[in-house]
Design a protein around this ligand. Structure first.
Ligand code: THU
Length: 137
């Protein structure tokens, strides 16, 4: 199995932990760091809708918690299931693209698309002209 397939399978496992009673879209994410470790996240919703969070965001937070602020991401995978347990296309949302770029400016991002195939793209293809901020710079 390729590294990408492995990461996508981990994302598919993570989505089974999702707490998504409102959207019914269960999303899982797996991120690989430069150290080779894989970290998982799922979406966690809330009755106060805006305070719920995305799977990718939570996976990256878990990775930072484990490896610290020097975290470097090499790959990210996302996968989602609808209410009928069908796999649905899940290109990462804009906020998650920005969050991925922060720790993985060269990361490869993989997710299923409508055709049923998996798309793998560099984060810079998904988010060109990324916002960057250098304190004092
Ligand atoms: N969601 C993610 O987990 N990742 C994304 O990139 C897009 C959206 C979640 C948030 C919310 O719980 C549900 O999907 C519907 O928007």
């Amino acid at each position: 199995m390729s590294d990408t397939d492995e990461l996508l399978d981990a994302a598919r496992a993570a989505r089974l932990r999702a707490y998504a009673p409102y959207s019914k879209l269960r999303v899982g994410s797996a991120v690989r760091s430069a150290s080779g470790q894989v970290y998982l996240g799922c979406n966690v919703e809330n009755a106060a809708f805006p305070i719920g969070g995305c799977a990718e965001h939570h996976a990256i937070v878990a990775a930072v918690m484990a490896e610290g602020p020097q975290l470097r991401l090499t790959a990210v995978a996302v996968a989602a299931l609808d209410d009928d347990d069908r796999e649905v296309p899940i290109p990462p949302c804009g906020a998650c693209r920005q969050f991925i770029y922060e720790f993985g400016p060269e990361a490869e991002v993989s997710f299923p698309v409508r055709s049923g195939e998996v798309l793998s793209l560099p984060i810079t293809a998904l988010l060109p002209h990324t916002f960057e901020f250098e304190p004092g710079g």
